[in-house]
Ligand binder design. Structure first.
Ligand code: FES
Ligand code: FES
Length: 160
């Protein structure tokens, strides 16, 4: 049986976007395979590793757990949209500066979780930071450097 195809209109990294996709395609598949945005990673595919984290209407969500039609009318940010005019986004720069990246597989997801947190709460404390990235499994960093990076990015924002 042929899958039902739907038209999905949403804002992707600031750009109005229209795609046709089967109704049962995941957002993760839509981003990576239909739209060529490979920054969002596929780990477990079942909501457990956080590698696929994106921000939808300001909230960090697992792209593997959403169906593409659920994006209709919404505002979506992926790691590709996370940049500053002059280069790396402050969170990305902080991850580099504080050695919060090793193999890098978890990094896009962790960045998006951290971004959503700091948008919602620019003064988030360590506990809130730890909670925000608790769904982002990292086999390399031991988390300390990631937390330090997010604190540094927070302090840069709140210093202003
Ligand atoms: S790939 Fe989505 S949570 Fe693991
Ligand atoms: S840096 Fe390798 S999994 Fe996190």
């Amino acid at each position: 049986m042929k899958n039902h195809t739907v038209t999905i209109r949403f804002t992707l990294n600031g750009e109005p976007t229209t795609v046709e996709a089967a109704a049962d395609v995941s957002v993760l598949h839509l981003l990576r395979e239909h739209l060529g945005l490979k920054g969002t990673k596929e780990g477990c595919g079942m909501g457990e590793c956080g590698a696929c984290t994106i921000v939808v209407d300001g909230r960090a969500v697992n792209a593997c757990l959403m169906f593409a039609p659920q994006l209709d009318g919404r505002e979506v940010l992926t790691v590709e949209g996370l940049r500053a005019e002059d280069g790396l986004h402050p969170l990305q720069q902080a991850f580099v500066d504080h050695h919060g990246v090793q193999c890098g597989f978890c990094t896009p997801g962790a960045l998006m979780s951290a971004y959503a947190l700091l948008q919602e709460n620019p003064r988030a404390g360590r506990e809130e930071i730890v909670t925000a990235i608790s769904g982002n499994l990292c086999r390399c960093t031991g988390y300390r450097n990631m937390v330090a990076a997010i604190e540094a990015a927070r302090d840069r924002r709140t210093d202003k």
